[in-house]
Ligand binder design. Structure first.
Ligand SMILES: Nc1nc2c(ncn2[C@@H]2O[C@H](COP(=O)(O)OP(=O)(O)O)[C@@H](O)[C@H]2O)c(=O)[nH]1
Ligand SMILES: [Mg+2]
Ligand SMILES: [Zn+2]
Length: 288
């Protein structure tokens, strides 16, 4: 048997690449169905000419997109078109925090802002830089692209971010040979069309990147208000310093997080956005 990595899944057919870079299309061995084993893109597997015979242990797995062994998630947000929003960034960070996979923030289209506009975003992002690596790019001029390139070798990376944020353009800037289709923003709707469909890892600079069709659903239905704060690494650090166990940092007395917002040790805007998302989760219909 040979060892390989699953890099694509379409209609029950897996593309497996071996260590020499040779690709084969295979189905899993029938036994998997009874063992309830479902191979995922990103899985390391043992295979022969007939089928995938064994899935090697996973380090982690994501559900949407369904990818295993992810090294990090790149949360991609544009400065403009669509406009930069800290509320949106916080929403993405909460959604990806659920996967418990390291996160990198990439701010694209810096060329569309003037210096003072960009500086005001950068200033607030300094707070985020304490918890996440932050990169800035402008794909047309290749600004910041080399720094992204250096992250890729040997890694499995999932891109996440709004449609139109510049994910595919960034990949094309990294490797022009890829020639990935990019979206033109639909003027009527103010949002782009999906041009990417199935789950696939693209081979870039010795690594593997999933250029997913962005989240179409940014809703927070997977969260409970009570535990939403656990997806904020900057809050979790001080959790034990609140007077009450399980403090939600909303109305409880003796809340350390609220005190840190007062002294600006926690970015007030980040906390205000937390309250908005918290209220949104509270007002959701429970899904049983
Ligand atoms: N000015 C500028 N435009 C960009 C940049 N990156 C992407 N775009 C444009 O933004 C639109 C959406 O980009 P695309 O890569 O398809 O976004 P995706 O949906 O996240 O993959 C396209 O029209 C790109 O040409 C950038 O860094 N600067
Ligand atoms: Mg795209
Ligand atoms: Zn608290």
């Amino acid at each position: 048997m040979i060892q390989g990595k699953i890099i694509k899944l379409t209609g029950g057919l897996y593309t497996v690449v071996d260590e020499m870079g040779k690709r084969v299309e295979l189905r899993p061995v029938g036994l998997f169905r009874y063992q309830k084993i479902s191979p995922k893109v990103g899985d390391n597997v043992m295979f022969d000419e007939e089928s995938i015979k064994q899935v090697l242990p996973r380090r982690n797995e994501m559900i949407r997109p369904a990818i295993a062994n992810v090294d990090f998630i790149m949360v991609v947000n544009s400065c403009q078109q669509p406009d930069f929003s800290f509320l949106l960034l916080d929403r993405f960070l909460a959604l990806v925090a659920k996967a418990e996979i390291p996160v990198i923030i990439v701010i694209t289209k810096t060329d569309l802002l003037n210096e003072s506009e960009l500086n005001s975003i950068k200033q607030k992002l300094k707070y985020y830089q304490k918890f996440y690596p932050v990169f800035f790019t402008a794909s047309p001029s290749l600004l910041g692209i080399d720094a992204i390139k250096e992250l890729i070798y040997g890694k499995i990376i999932v891109l996440s971010g709004q449609t139109g944020a510049g994910k595919s353009s960034m990949l094309n800037a990294i490797d022009p040979k890829l020639n990935i289709k990019t979206n033109t923003i639909s003027k009527a709707l103010g949002r782009g069309k999906h041009t990417t469909r199935h789950v696939e890892l693209i081979n870039i600079c010795g690594g593997w990147i999933a250029d997913t069709p962005g989240f179409s659903k940014l809703d927070l239905s997977g969260f409970e208000a009570k535990t939403f704060n656990t997806f904020y690494p900057d809050f979790v650090r001080f959790r034990d310093e609140c007077r009450f166990n399980g403090c939600t940092h909303t109305n409880e007395p003796g809340c350390r997080i609220k005190a840190l917002v007062q002294t600006q040790d926690i970015l007030p805007e980040r906390y205000e956005n937390y309250l908005r998302l918290y209220e949104e989760i509270k007002s959701q219909k429970p899904n049983y």
